[in-house]
Ligand binder design. Structure first.
Ligand SMILES: *Cc1c(COP(=O)(O)O)cnc(C)c1O
Length: 468
């Protein structure tokens, strides 16, 4: 331990007289600078005590620099944009679906001004919050009625509470899904006050299994759950929606489909051939379908319920409806997203999620070539190559689908792959990557071209700093 250095540590007030810290106080306010000064001094004291700082003199400049860095770091928004270079299109940890520019404009216009959230301009009286989107949802899906809540988990909770509380809900044992760790069919069921009646087995459930479970006084609903984040393969059998609808009709029981992923239609893309859409589900005659707003629909977080008017009305009257209601920003984003869907071709081209998912291999390799060319200058410090690989849909959707993509492979010469990956996450606009085979990979499918300069700048900076 160096006692001389400890004695040289300045007092907080003296340190704050430094001209750089005086300007920092002007820019960020006194409290944040004070907080950062204290923690920088604590840190310096610790480093002296454990011998990390040693020598004749204390370098005050180092302390001032660390205070300034601390204040700058602390003044940044915690929720901030990142570059998703993972190729996972619906990355739940990275905010699922990025919104289209037109959608963002609609949100920003509503955010800072009074608006017609619950106001009817024609009559000058109270309007209905959901009137802005319900008819659009019906127009796009062909449904009779619709409602919107916070997310699909809330939608399921509402459906079960309003239509099946105290009764039995029949579900196949092959469809008792868990999504994202906290949405679990048996638990949602218990919370809603409905009773889960499991039928069939993990791999095979027959129509006769459902038939045997209903007919009792307590039967309230037939529920089918889309196994959106897993597939059961091999010797399997499941009952189709159409078959369930027939059975439900015969016993006067509502048939509900938790579709989850919310692909509106197939958009003539081979990618979506294996994924059931909202239009297909409704065409089967099912009474109620529910899905997320921020999965394959590509909108804001929301839970959308469509189907039979009398059932939707019942849900709207339920007290949970108020607890699950969405705010004006979500509503603006949802309305603007749905407006794009009025023209399916337009949607395929402008909804970012659909754009990324349906990108052709030619487009992907062009993008990779462009990014590769910009990265040429870093070649002396890092091997760079364009490789083919696969991207994933993500967000608990289409788990077995792998889409061919183009990757930029970075193999740094003077640092480890792990160190490069970490450094890429700590730049001003963090870059989230995948690493395997001794390389860091950038999947161009999920990277906006407008981020190329930022990526190149960050990589150059990281590799140059490493060389020093
Ligand atoms: C994603 C999903 C949910 C949960 O939806 P959130 O909008 O994330 O709450 C529920 N059920 C299914 C089948 C899903 O795919």
């Amino acid at each position: 331990m160096n006692k001389k250095l400890l004695r040289e540590l300045p007092k907080v007030d003296d340190l704050l007289l430094d001209s750089r810290l005086v300007s920092a106080v002007r820019e960020f306010g006194r409290k944040p600078v004070l907080k950062s000064t204290r923690s920088a001094l604590d840190c310096a004291r610790q480093s002296i005590l454990n011998g990390q700082i040693d020598g004749d003199r204390l370098v005050l400049d180092d302390i001032v620099m660390s205070i300034l860095e601390g204040v700058a770091r602390d003044s940044q928004m915690s929720l901030k944009p990142v570059i998703n270079a993972t190729g996972v299109v619906l990355h739940t940890n990275l905010g699922r679906a990025p919104l289209a520019p037109a959608v963002w404009r609609a949100v920003s216009e509503i955010a800072c001004q009074y608006n017609t959230l619950e106001y009817d301009v024609a009559s000058g009286g109270r309007g209905a919050r959901y009137s802005h989107v319900e008819s659009l949802i019906c127009e796009i899906t062909g449904a009779e009625a619709a409602l919107v809540v916070n997310n699909n988990a809330a939608a399921m909770m509402l459906i079960l509470s309003a239509l099946a509380k105290g009764g039995e809900v029949v579900v196949s044992r092959g469809e008792l899904v868990e999504i994202g760790g906290s949405f679990r069919v048996p638990e949602i069921m218990a919370q809603s006050g409905a009773e889960l009646r499991e039928v069939g087995t993990t791999n095979k459930t027959h129509l006769r299994d459902y038939a045997a479970a209903i007919g009792a006084e307590k039967s309230a609903m037939l529920l089918k759950v889309h196994t959106s984040n897993y597939r059961i393969v091999g010797f399997t059998e499941e009952v189709t929606l159409t078959q369930l609808v027939e059975l439900g009709r015969a016993h006067d029981l509502p048939v509900v489909y938790d579709l989850g992923s919310g692909l509106i239609e197939g958009f003539d893309s081979p990618l979506f051939e294996s994924e059931i859409s909202v239009l297909e589900s409704l065409a089967s005659g099912v009474d109620v379908v529910s899905f997320s707003g921020d999965k394959l629909l590509g909108g804001p977080q929301a839970g959308i319920v469509v189907g039979r008017r009398d059932l939707i009305e019942k849900m709207k009257m339920h007290p949970l409806m108020r607890a699950f209601r969405i705010d004006k920003l979500t509503l603006a984003a949802l309305e603007a997203t749905l407006r794009i869907y009025r023209d399916a071709d337009e949607a395929k081209l402008t909804v970012p999620i659909l754009q990324m998912l349906t990108m052709s291999e030619g487009q992907l390799s062009d993008r990779a070539a462009k990014l590769y060319a910009l990265l040429k200058d870093v070649e002396p410090h890092c091997d760079i190559a364009i490789e083919t690989g696969t991207s994933q849909v993500g967000g608990g959707s289409m788990p077995t689908v792998e889409m061919a993509t183009s990757l930029i492979a970075l193999r740094p010469k003077a640092m480890s792959v792990h160190a490069l990956q970490t450094a890429l996450r700590t730049v001003a606009k963090p870059i989230v990557t995948r690493a395997f085979n001794d390389c860091v990979y950038l999947d161009v499918r999920t990277i906006a071209e407008s981020d190329y300069d930022s990526i190149v700048g960050s990589i150059v900076k990281i590799l140059n700093e490493k060389r020093k």
